[in-house]
Design a protein around this ligand. Structure first.
Ligand code: KG4
Ligand code: ZN
Length: 339
């Protein structure tokens, strides 16, 4: 089954074609991502992003078909992100997906963007062991999700304020680094001392699985304000120490959740999971303390938003012919993880 996956929830236009086999395996035939440049505004302006999606989406569809060596008639299903995300951006993807589906008389599956970040790991691990716990950390969300199978998700914990990626983006801005901040901070952090500054590690010892990064961000802001001018080394130390606080909290909570839920698998997903220091720390902690638990991360290119993860997330339902009526698909910017 050839599934077209469309993703426009934030600032990446993703159009992919994934072939889903009946044995549960997947093959990515095309995964076109048109990223937008928001460095000038140092953040995403929804209306600007939506306009970019509108311009990029149909050319991206043509490019996906030619990369896959397919024509429109080879498509079997259209999958699209309907939330969570920026409403103006989601609308572009959902309307484009409906147009394609109606024109080609194809069935549709509406996909939860956060569940799709988890699904991005299924391509390389189609037979992962359950129960699983996923840490999803992106620009808009930070959450721990439990899974008993490929379709049933439950929320274990979430952020009370800023998302982890948002904190990376805001601290990058304070350090005059480009947007998105995560890659820039992690690069600068490689030259810094992560133990130089003891920034807060919010909620580290709270008795739940929730997160909070606003206080950490403010603490970094005050530090920078009170230590002007910063040398290159100071900036690198701030980046490394800030990153250390985020990693410590994310890893500790994920480890606790994995232990409590007897996880056979821990999944790392969302843009922040591209962070090498985070990957290494989580791997080390799991190997030392829960050696039977396998850590899986998305393949390179599938960490950040893309259409392939949307197609894969839709596959279980599509193969069972469990489709959504296009007339009932409505964007939901605050869509929650299903229970
Ligand atoms: O999942 P994603 O592409 O889009 C959202 O759904 O938000 O995640 C983007 C976020 C941004 O906040 C970006 O700064 C962060 O992921 N990010 C990183 C890294 N690469 C991207 N954060 C930390 N370290 C990285 N290497
Ligand atoms: Zn995302």
């Amino acid at each position: 089954m050839n599934i077209l996956g469309i993703e426009t929830s934030c600032d990446d236009t993703g159009v992919a074609i994934v072939s889903a086999q009946t044995d549960g395996s997947f093959k990515i035939l095309a995964n076109i991502i048109k990223s937008q440049d928001h460095t000038k505004t140092k953040g995403v302006v929804p209306e600007v992003a939506a306009r970019h999606h509108a311009q990029a989406i149909m050319p991206a569809l043509d490019e996906a078909l030619s990369t896959a060596g397919l024509t429109k008639t080879d498509l079997d299903c259209v999958a699209v992100t309907y939330g969570p995300g920026l409403v103006a951006c989601l609308l572009v993807g959902v309307e484009a997906a409906k147009t394609v589906a109606v024109m080609l008389n194809l069935p549709m599956v509406a996909v939860n963007h956060m569940e799709a970040h988890i699904a991005s790991t299924f391509i390389e691990h189609p037979h992962l062991k359950f129960p699983a716990v996923a840490l999803l950390a992106s620009g808009g969300h930070t959450m721990l999700v439990g899974m008993h199978d490929f379709q049933n998700f439950h929320l274990i914990g979430t952020t009370k304020d800023d998302a982890a990626g948002e904190a990376f983006d805001k601290v990058a801005r304070m350090l005059d680094l480009p947007y998105p901040g995560g890659p820039a901070i992690s690069l600068l952090a490689e030259q810094g001392d992560r133990l130089q500054y003891n920034f807060p590690k919010p909620m580290l010892n709270s008795d739940d699985f929730n997160f909070s990064f606003a206080g950490l961000k403010t603490s970094v802001l005050y530090h920078i304000r009170d230590h002007q001018p910063l040398s290159f080394q100071d900036r690198a130390d701030v980046a490394a120490s800030f990153q250390e606080s985020v990693i410590e909290v994310l890893v500790s909570k994920t480890w606790q959740a994995a232990k409590l839920h007897h996880a056979q698998t821990v999944i790392l997903g969302g843009g922040v999971s591209a962070n090498k220091a985070l990957q290494l720390r989580l791997k080390m902690v799991l190997q030392e303390t829960l050696p039977q638990t396998q850590l899986i991360i998305p393949s390179p290119g599938l960490f950040t938003d893309n259409g392939a993860m949307i197609a894969v997330a839709a596959a279980v339902r599509a193969l069972k012919k469990d489709f959504d009526n296009w007339e009932n698909i409505k964007v939901d910017p605050r869509l929650k993880i299903a229970n």
